[in-house]
Design a protein around this ligand. Structure first.
Ligand code: ZN
Length: 139
């Protein structure tokens, strides 16, 4: 009889939640018995159907880190420019006049409408390209 294994991966749903996620993307696990679960990296998951336990710490940290780098970079590019613009233009709007508030509004809107969709597409494509799958053995 072959040894049971579970497949672990970063789920596509997790990849789509990218821009909203504050935490690290979870690892989705598909047990040998077809049951599925989702846990944080480094934690154990016990299958509810067959009771096997898998440890996601068995996944090479380096491979998971590479994914995290993409997530962090995306977050920085998504949130950095609006915060930077606000830091400069909010004081200007208070002391310099309403036109700076309007400028801030237009620039943040432009970032959201023109830059963000491309960033999101690129980040999602990258996760799908890497699409790492790991095999975990039950404990
Ligand atoms: Zn199972």
């Amino acid at each position: 009889m072959r040894e049971p294994i579970a497949l672990a991966a970063i789920s596509k749903a997790a990849a789509r939640r990218y821009d909203r996620a504050v935490r690290e993307p979870p690892i989705s696990i598909t047990c040998d018995c077809t049951a599925e679960g989702s846990v944080a990296y480094g934690t154990r998951w016990t299958c509810e159907q067959c009771g096997r336990t898998y440890d996601t710490a068995a996944i090479p940290r380096g491979e998971y880190e590479e994914l995290l780098r993409g997530v962090r970079r995306y977050r920085l590019l998504a949130l950095g420019p609006p915060f930077l613009l606000a830091a400069v233009l909010v004081p200007l709007a208070i002391w310099g006049g309403f036109q700076y508030a309007l400028l801030l509004f237009v620039l943040v809107l432009a970032h959201g409408l023109l830059v963000m969709p491309q960033l999101r597409r690129r980040a999602t494509r990258r996760v799908h390209e890497l699409a790492p799958r790991w095999k975990l053995r039950p404990e």
